[in-house]
Design a protein around this ligand. Structure first.
Ligand code: PLP
Length: 394
């Protein structure tokens, strides 16, 4: 089998054909010529399929599941992909377990699921709470009612960067007849392969490191079971949550550098983490690639790369805002995984259970020395301003 870089540069490309481009351009079509019976036609109406999606879907399947047949379904955002699994597969009376510290929209998804009669339990990522939540607690009251149908994991979690043991949880979930989905947005398929670790579905926001240039919203679901893939695809056709061909093409174009980007992002995240670790005012520093991180042992077992996101806590909101304002190479912006470094005070959204001074920093592909130096100088500026009581940063 080939290595990650070799696989990434050719993922999903058609066989070479004389006088055709290596990566065919985006196919813009609401409909295709369709003579006769549409049952066997690969493409008929644009909501059902498009060759530009197909190429990207092949690429996703190759990267998420090298060496094993897999299927992928692309969506116009990570949330559309997550909804296809959570709303598309769960029925009234089903129980699901969601992370209590996952992506900030999960509590809203929970409310929506509950209005349709799906029972939702939550448990934090890391520790044994997710394992405990799989036990059918209300089985005595109504036999079978407590069985979990779907365990949803997010690892590393956003923004807290906790990690759970996918293999162990998948074994426990499967023993109870539950499906397992892993949100693989942060790691990307080059950082972690949930399907190899026993998960049934790998779901991701391709908006982040997967597309990596901050110019596309995208999501996907990958799985090995053809029937499950068919259900997800039917959900997409019926809800109409379809990706634009231009976005699909842009993301596919960017995949050729995925290995270079995620390698540099990891190097840069480590350099930034090392700079932060020297600062006494920084607490709660988390990066799964740091040998001292509480999640490092599990992360090292199941991850191939640790991602480009570092999280940490400055003493308060004012201190964090001064730090962000003093950064020169790091944009104050949300999202993560792009080629340009970004950081934000996560508490400004109000959706995550994090301290006011909590900062999530996404390392881009700049030079590691420059990035670490920028973080050090911004820490210094913030420290000096706070100690002399300078007027607020914002
Ligand atoms: C961003 C993100 C999502 C949502 O993806 P969109 O592409 O913004 O819809 C879901 N899960 C995680 C972990 C994310 O970081």
């Amino acid at each position: 089998m080939t290595g990650d870089g070799t696989r990434a540069v050719r993922a999903g490309l058609p066989a070479a054909e004389p006088y055709q481009p290596p990566l065919p351009g985006p196919v813009l079509a609401a409909h295709f010529h369709l003579p006769g019976d549409p049952a066997d036609a690969p493409y008929g109406y644009g909501r059902e399929g498009n060759p530009t999606w197909t190429a990207l879907e092949r690429a996703v399947a190759e990267l998420e599941s090298p060496g094993h047949e897999a299927h992928a379904v692309v969506f116009p955002s990570g949330m559309a992909a997550a909804s296809a699994v959570l709303t598309g597969l769960l029925r009234p009376g089903d129980t699901t377990v969601l992370p209590s510290d996952g992506y900030q929209l999960l509590p809203r998804v929970r409310e929506r699921l509950e209005t349709t009669g799906v029972r939702v339990r939550t448990a934090p990522t890391g520790g044994d709470a997710q394992l405990d939540a799989l036990s059918p607690r209300d089985a005595l009251a109504a036999p079978g009612a407590g069985d979990v149908r779907l365990l949803w994991l997010e690892t590393p979690s956003n923004p807290g960067l906790d990690v759970c043991d996918i293999r162990r949880l998948a074994e426990a979930a499967h023993a109870r007849g539950a499906l397992v989905a892993v949100d693989n947005s942060l790691a990307t398929p080059l950082g972690q392969r949930p399907l190899d670790l026993g998960a049934d579905l790998s779901v991701a926001s391709g908006t982040k490191a997967f597309s990596g240039h901050g110019d596309v919203l995208l999501g996907y679901v990958a799985c090995r079971d053809a029937q499950l893939a068919g259900e997800i695809r039917r959900w997409r056709t019926q809800t109409g949550a379809i990706l634009g061909p231009m976005e699909a093409w842009l993301a596919h174009r960017g995949l050729a550098t995925l290995h270079l980007r995620v390698d540099r992002q990891q190097t840069n995240a480590l350099a930034v983490a090392a700079a932060l670790a020297e600062a006494p005012e920084v607490t709660g520093l988390r990066y799964p690639g740091l040998p001292g991180d509480p999640a490092h042992a599990v992360a090292a077992r199941q991850m191939r790369r640790f991602g480009g996101v570092v999280s940490f806590v400055l003493p308060d909101r004012d201190h964090a805002e001064r730090f962000l304002a003093a950064l020169r190479l790091v944009d104050d912006a949300t999202s993560f995984g792009g080629v340009r470094s970004t950081a934000e005070r996560r508490g400004r959204w109000g959706g995550d259970a994090v301290p006011e001074g909590f900062v999530r920093l996404s390392a881009g592909v700049e030079d590691p020395e420059d990035l670490a130096a920028d973080v050090r100088q911004a820490l210094g500026v913030a420290r000096a301003e706070v100690s002399r009581g300078a007027p607020g940063a914002t």
